[in-house]
Every structure is written in structure tokens, then in C-alpha cells.
Design a protein around this ligand. Structure first.
Ligand SMILES: O=C(O)c1cccc(C(=O)CC[C@H]2O[C@@H](n3cnc4c(=O)[nH]cnc43)[C@H](O)[C@@H]2O)c1
Length: 220
């Protein structure tokens, strides 16, 4: 992704976070793996910017992910119209209950739909729900369970909901983009195509800036 910003970047030192300020007006943050670290890293960057008097306009969570087949083939891009945490809740004898059905919390954040549409048109990313999981799906049974609970799901990753929670706490719009590196289903490391997915993500990022900038100017 950083390859999509060829201008030299300046490192900004923040506690526990590696942030690079590109010459193009975007900050790049390696947010770490999993929703908790991604939330903590994002919140650190958002808080530092707010205290500095220069809050962010938008947060983009990007990475590789699993794709639900046939909607999101390996190598394709997905942009989230819903960022949903799939495993935050309680297991019961009658099945999984999300925290919202227990009476508290949040399970979904919705990026601005005009931004999702603009990014989809600019990059070719397919719009759909992106699930956040703490455990990578590794069986057909779990994939089927997730699909039954989230029929609109196109992809799963491990960070989007954490990033979205931090962005929501700061009142900043959020976007999630996943490049599909593997199908969601039975674990098969030989089928992972991480290089292809990263290449697709870099190409998508090259087309993202104009979409973000035109949305900022016209659609907010
Ligand atoms: O070897 C495994 O089975 C395995 C277990 C846990 C994590 C991994 C990763 O390499 C994923 C880490 C990273 O990539 C994203 N990602 C990629 N594909 C998926 C997926 O099918 N489900 C969830 N996350 C995925 C994730 O966002 C992490 O950042 C491998």
C-alpha cells in the first residue's frame, strides 16, 4: 500500500505506533493484527491529531482478507458498506447472540454510502459487508454459519471493526477495503495468494485518493 504513495514520507513518533506522513497529505499507520491492536493504534493516531488541532477527515482500514465465494474471488477488492464484528456476543444453546441482542454495545459501523459508491466506481471494489473476526475461519461449517448470519458478507478480516470503533469514538468517517488473498472456508495455506492480493491493494490505493478527495469536496 505504501508503494501507492511514492513521495518520501516522514516518520511521526507516537507511543506504540509507527506512523508515516506521506508527501501526498495522507498518513500511513501499520495498525497491527487483530481488532484490539488495530483499535488501540488507530485511537492513538486520532487522539494525537485531535490534540494537535489537525483532526483526520477520514480513516481507511485496508489489508488482505478472506473472500466469501463466489462473490469475492481471490485477487478481487471489496469495499465495506457495513463493517460488522462477527464474534462479539454470547454463545447460547440456541446459537450465537450478538451483544446488541444482549442489550449493549455495537456490532456494525456503516461507512458513508456516497464514499463507498465513489470508491467502488474508482477502484472496481465490490461493495458488501466485511466481517471482523478474531479467529480466521478454517472450516466449511464455520463459513456456512457466518454466511447464514450475514448473507451480505463478501469478506472477512481481523481489524476493520477495531479501526471503526476508534474512528466512531472520534466522530470520523471510516472506510474498509480488503484485497482477497484466500477463500473463506477450509484452511488451505497453499491456496493463499498474498502477493496477488497486495498487488491488487496497491493498484486500488493508487485510484483511491481521487475518490476520497472528490468525496471530501462534494459529498460530505
Ligand atoms: O495460518 C493460518 O491459518 C492463519 C491463522 C491466523 C491468521 C493468519 C493470517 O495470516 C491472517 C493475518 C492477516 O491477514 C488478514 N486475513 C487474511 N485472510 C484472512 C481470512 O481469511 N480471515 C481473516 N483475516 C484474514 C487479517 O486481517 C490479518 O491482518 C493465518
Amino acid at each position: 500500500m505504501a508503494r501507492a504513495f511514492p513521495q518520501a514520507g516522514e516518520e511521526v513518533r507516537l507511543p506504540g505506533v509507527r506512523l508515516v506522513r506521506t508527501g501526498a497529505g495522507y498518513d500511513l499507520l501499520a495498525a497491527g493484527v487483530g481488532p484490539a491492536l488495530a483499535a488501540a493504534s488507530t485511537a492513538t493516531a486520532l487522539t494525537a491529531a485531535a490534540l494537535d488541532g489537525s483532526p483526520y477527515d477520514v480513516v481507511v482500514s485496508a489489508g488482505i482478507g478472506g473472500g466469501f465465494q463466489p462473490g469475492a474471488p481471490v485477487g478481487s477488492l471489496v469495499v465495506a458498506d457495513a463493517i460488522t464484528v462477527a464474534d462479539l456476543g454470547a454463545e447460547t444453546a440456541d446459537g450465537f447472540l450478538p451483544v446488541t441482542e444482549l442489550g449493549f454495545g455495537t456490532v456494525t459501523h456503516r461507512p458513508p454510502i456516497s464514499l463507498v459508491r465513489g470508491v467502488s466506481e474508482a477502484t472496481g471494489a465490490r461493495p458488501g459487508t466485511v466481517l471482523t473476526v478474531s479467529t480466521v475461519t478454517g472450516t466449511a461449517a464455520r463459513a456456512a454459519e457466518l454466511r447464514a448470519r450475514h448473507p451480505q458478507a463478501l469478506a472477512e478480516g481481523m481489524e476493520g471493526f477495531g479501526v471503526a470503533e476508534a474512528a466512531a469514538a472520534h466522530g470520523v468517517p471510516v472506510l474498509e477495503i480488503r484485497a482477497v488473498s484466500n477463500p473463506v472456508g477450509p484452511r488451505d495455506r497453499a491456496a493463499w495468494r498474498i502477493g496477488d492480493a497486495l498487488a491488487a491493494l496497491t493498484e486500488g490505493f493508487g485510484k483511491l485518493a481521487p475518490a476520497l478527495e472528490s468525496w471530501n469536496t462534494h459529498d460530505q
